[in-house]
Ligand binder design. Structure first.
Ligand code: ADP
Length: 496
């Protein structure tokens, strides 16, 4: 019986999962070092990441007592934007990987914005100018490592996101490639023409010869013999796009929300690249048939971490799970709103000066009300992004597929269905990121005949449907809007 092997290379750990048809059978993960050379800078060691990924793969195979012959294909999904530059001849990175979270190029990005380049960058790449994306990280390495730009111009250096680095090493340097979804996060790739953009490469002074070839997510990238007999690497996608695919969001209007530390929402917009009016990202999504699908993406900075804050800092709840039991003791928050703008507000409000606030307190407010207000805040913030996605795309989302740690909270899921007036579906397997990569690889090599075969085996754990009146929803959301207004501009108020 053949298996699919998914490599899930994340920000804090590398994991491998063996899938047999739609089911994860064995998982193994290893954490890697988070390197903080300065305040706001984050790096990883690319060699450690590759070695860990190989160890994880060897471990899952040995646990199941199988060999490379039993693996039909490998699918790779990865932390996006993280940037590696290495020497083509020695295979050695010339610097640590600069991680997506790293802010070292923030000032340079401000300069680009001041120079009026935001529109052109957004038009071509679908992205706002930000140090989060790879372009300015590559430029930083070429600017700061002595001789790097000349070596790059001579064709001696290669740039890749983590997927590219893994594929290159797995194929012993034979394949230098990435997929559309990862390319779309570099801020160098024109998502409409599907080409590296010459104007942007000039702007960042990055020689085109150091860039990988770009292919669809379902594609045979090469074969690896690292584990014995040759295994095809047949699926590649950035983590959020892979999760969207793993949630079977194949069609226009299909959307998912991952409730982790933050929340990541993506909606498939089909063949149309929708331009957001309020700072959502336009990005490339995976597709099973080689066509390019687009997605709108928005994130909520503080989601599950709000529950962590109640647990660890306020000591209001003993465990994250207990938030459900405690909040359930009250049927509403008694008019209390908690706006967790700890680091400002993201889409669609975009106010870096906003700070957290609790409003509507009365003498009868109890712990239960505050815990419920926290869960509502997670759902209300997600709803703001959902509403914006619908407005930007003119597409109505009917079902939201959910995953991530906090999606285990039934009350939170019910609140989301009520507030957003949509069905919330939680699959039984919430390993959707790795699952997406396994689907992509499995479809490419014919392990799955087509997407219907995948959909037929997809298992629902629970479905939450709206149970409230229009009036209830209107009141709750209008109170939230007032609370958001109170949180805005707080930092500037202090300075005045
Ligand atoms: P990440 O991948 O971002 O580290 P996870 O998907 O593992 O996050 O989810 C963990 C987050 O979800 C934590 O912030 C935790 O507080 C929150 N969480 C976990 N279980 C629950 C729960 N039952 N109810 C509410 N929040 C939860």
């Amino acid at each position: 019986m053949k298996y699919l092997l998914a490599f899930d290379q994340g920000t804090t750990s590398s994991r491998c999962i063996l899938f047999q048809k739609n089911k994860p059978v064995v998982t193994y993960s290893l954490p890697h070092e988070q390197i903080y050379p300065m305040n706001g800078w984050v790096e990883h060691n690319p060699v450690e990441i590759y070695n860990n990924q190989i160890k994880c793969a060897a471990e899952v195979m040995s646990q199941l007592k199988i060999s490379s012959n039993d693996i039909a294909a490998i699918g790779i999904t990865n932390q996006r934007e993280t940037t590696i530059v290495w020497d083509k001849n020695t295979g050695k990175p010339i610097h640590n990987a600069i991680v997506w979270q790293c802010r070292r190029t923030a000032e340079f990005c401000d300069q680009l914005k001041n120079d009026g380049l935001s529109d052109v960058v957004r038009e071509k790449t679908g992205l706002p100018i930000d140090s989060y994306f790879s372009a300015t990280k590559v430029k930083w390495i070429l600017d700061n490592i002595p001789g790097a730009r000349d070596r790059a111009k001579r064709g001696e250096l290669l740039f890749g996101t983590i997927d590219t680095w893994l594929i290159w090493n797995l194929t012993k340097g034979k394949t230098f490639a990435t997929d559309y979804t990862n390319a779309s996060r570099t801020m160098l790739y024109n998502i409409h023409t599907l080409q590296w953009d010459k104007e942007l490469l000039d702007l960042f002074d990055i020689p085109e010869c150091m860039l990988p070839k770009v292919y669809p997510s379902c594609y045979i990238y090469g074969e690896t013999t690292v584990f014995g007999s040759a295994i095809p690497i047949a699926g590649v996608a950035g983590d959020q796009q892979s999760a969207l695919f793993g949630q079977l969001c194949f069609g226009m209007g299909d959307a998912k929300n991952t409730y982790g530390t933050g929340a990541f929402l993506l909606m498939n917009t089909g063949l149309v690249a929708c331009r957001s009016k309020s700072g959502l990202i336009t990005t490339i999504a995976c597709s099973a048939n080689g066509e390019v699908n687009y997605a709108l993406e928005g994130s909520v900075f503080i989601a599950g971490s709000l529950v962590q804050w109640l647990r660890d800092d306020l000591k209001m709840i003993p465990t994250a799970q207990a938030s459900e039991r405690i909040a359930e003791k009250v049927s509403d928050t008694g008019g209390v709103y908690l706006v967790p703008a700890f680091v400002g507000l993201g889409a669609p409000h975009w106010d870096p000066y906003a700070r957290g606030t609790i409003v509507g307190l009365t003498r009868s407010c109890k712990r239960e009300h505050l815990v419920r207000a926290a869960l509502e805040a997670i759902a209300l913030q997600s709803n703001d992004v959902i509403q914006q996605m619908q407005a930007d795309s003119n597409i109505r989302i009917s079902t939201l597929r959910v995953d991530g740690g906090a999606s285990a909270n039934n009350l939170l899921m019910q609140i989301q269905a009520d507030i957003s007036n949509l069905r919330v579906d939680r699959p039984s397997c919430i390993e959707t990121t790795a699952m997406g990569a396994s689907y992509l690889a499995g479809l490419t090599v014919g392990y799955y005949k087509n997407v219907n075969e995948i959909s037929d085996k997809w298992e629902l754990d629970n479905s939450f449907r709206p149970q409230v009146t229009i009036e209830w929803r209107k009141n709750l959301i209008s109170g939230w809007r007032k609370a958001i207004e109170r949180s805005k501009g707080w930092e500037t108020d202090i300075e005045q």
